[in-house]
Every structure is written in structure tokens, then in C-alpha cells.
Design a protein around this ligand. Structure first.
Ligand code: SAM
Length: 248
């Protein structure tokens, strides 16, 4: 009994030490990155550990990218301190940058490989597109609000995410010029799966999309197009996204 308790304490202390080490202050000898950058790196590590790994995200490539992409630079400076919290944040026009866990989960579901081409509907801040561009050959992303799309385009360029192309328009209809896509991600909710997106998915392709009534809880769905063109749909998780806008 006493041994069991001691063992438990040792494990607890060791666990705490590992966590401390992971989130520890940077070396003060000037050899590490600047303190501000290091502060956010430490927060990203904590975000990945507590919000993604502990909730079951396992894909090492996805985790690596979420550790690297500076999420705070995709929101306005007043929100930098909140950028790694477990929730969506406002980005203007009544829109949001999705919660880190949802970004990680949807990215993992898409199983993107380095030679693949991805379509995103709902550019928002450009964060999800930046994440995907670290895994794919090319990312095409569509935003319905000109102001958000242009801001995201400038930001992605400034930060060096040069595999992303942003278009202003209604993503419901996809992006015919660059179709078919190996993977499609829709980051706004709609009550049906847009037929043009199914059509623009390659055989073997995957699509992650929140389906259901906007303003209520929706279901995150994983759609697969088989090599023979058959469609399978898997219900993954209840989610809450902003609505997909436009006249459909
Ligand atoms: N992926 C974004 C990011 O990483 O910041 C977050 C997306 S936010 C949850 C949903 C976005 O979809 C909003 O920016 C919204 O303006 C956009 N949107 C809504 N309806 C759209 C449509 N029909 N076509 C393209 N974008 C749309």
C-alpha cells in the first residue's frame, strides 16, 4: 500500500518534471530564439500536448505542423495572448479562427500527403491553409469576404506560406480550374454536402465538412470518394461552426 502510494508519487513528480521541462523558460545565454518567440513556442507546445495529444490526435506530421505554425500571427495583436487557448477567436466580419483541436482533428482526418492538392472553403485568417500547406503540394482556398481574403493572402505571403493561393468568392461551387482535389476541407457549416465539391473530389479523395443546421450543433463528417466513384460518409463528432454563406 505504502509502496503503491510512493510509486504513484514518483510517477506524479516525474510527470510534472517532464511537463515543466517541456514548457520551461528558454536558455538565457542568448543561444535560443528571442524571448517573445520562445514564449509563443512554449505555448504552442502546451497547446499541442493538452488540447491535441490528450484528446487523441496522433499523426506526428500534423502535431509537428501545429507546433510550428505561429497561430498568434493569424489574429490581431490584441488577441496574441489568447491565441493558444482552447477556443475559437474573432477575426472580423463576425467570423472566427477555429479552435486548435478542431484544426488538428480536421487536418488529421484529411490524411494529406506531400504530393497532394487541397481545397479549403472558408479561408478566414489563413491559419488552416498555412497548416495544410506544410503537408501538401498546393492549397487553394476560397473566402467569401473580400476583406478577410485579402488580409489572409497578404499575411500568408508575408509569413512565407507560398504554396497557398487565395480566391475571393463563394466556395460552395469549389474551384473548377484547379479540380480535382485530393482533399477538401469546409470550415463553415451547411445543411447538405455541396454537390460541386463532391464532383471536384478525386477518386480516393477525402473531404471534412460540418453538416447540419447553422446556428445549432452540426456533425463533422468525413466523406470519401472511392476509386470507383462511390461515396462513403462517416459521422465523426458534434461541432459548432459559423454558417456557410451565399445563395445556395
Ligand atoms: N479556416 C479559417 C481559419 O483558419 O481562420 C476559419 C474559418 S471560419 C470558421 C469560416 C470562414 O468561412 C469565414 O471566414 C467565412 O467568411 C467563410 N465563409 C462563409 N461562407 C463562405 C462561402 N460560401 N465561401 C467561402 N467562404 C465562406
Amino acid at each position: 500500500m505504502v509502496l503503491g502510494f510512493t510509486l504513484f508519487l514518483v510517477i506524479q513528480v516525474t510527470g510534472a518534471a517532464v511537463v515543466e521541462a517541456l514548457f520551461a523558460d528558454p536558455p538565457s545565454d542568448g543561444s535560443g530564439p528571442p524571448p517573445e518567440e520562445e514564449k509563443y513556442r512554449v505555448r504552442r507546445e502546451k497547446m499541442v500536448q493538452e488540447q491535441l495529444i490528450e484528446r487523441g490526435i496522433r499523426d506526428e506530421e500534423v502535431l509537428k505542423v501545429l507546433r510550428n505554425v505561429p497561430r498568434h500571427l493569424f489574429v490581431s495583436e490584441e488577441l496574441w495572448e489568447e491565441a493558444y487557448e482552447d477556443r475559437p477567436l474573432p477575426i472580423g466580419q463576425g467570423q472566427t479562427i477555429s479552435q486548435p483541436y478542431i484544426v488538428g482533428l480536421m487536418t488529421e482526418l484529411l490524411e494529406v500527403r506531400p504530393d497532394e492538392v487541397v481545397l479549403e472553403v472558408g479561408t478566414g485568417s489563413g491559419y488552416q491553409a498555412a497548416i495544410l500547406s506544410e503537408l501538401a503540394a498546393r492549397v487553394y482556398t476560397i473566402e467569401i469576404f473580400r476583406e478577410l481574403g485579402e488580409k489572409a493572402r497578404d499575411r500568408l505571403k508575408r509569413l512565407g506560406y507560398d504554396k497557398v493561393e487565395v480566391k475571393i468568392g463563394d466556395g460552395y461551387y469549389g474551384w473548377e480550374d484547379h479540380a480535382p482535389f485530393d482533399a477538401i476541407i469546409v470550415t463553415a457549416a451547411i445543411n447538405h454536402i455541396p454537390p460541386p465539391l463532391i464532383q471536384q473530389l478525386k477518386p480516393g479523395g477525402r473531404m471534412a465538412i460540418p453538416v447540419g443546421n447553422p446556428f445549432q450543433t452540426q456533425n463533422l463528417m468525413l466523406v470519401r470518394k472511392r476509386e470507383n466513384g462511390d461515396i462513403t460518409i462517416k459521422n465523426v463528432l458534434p461541432v459548432m461552426f459559423v454558417p456557410l454563406l451565399g445563395e445556395h
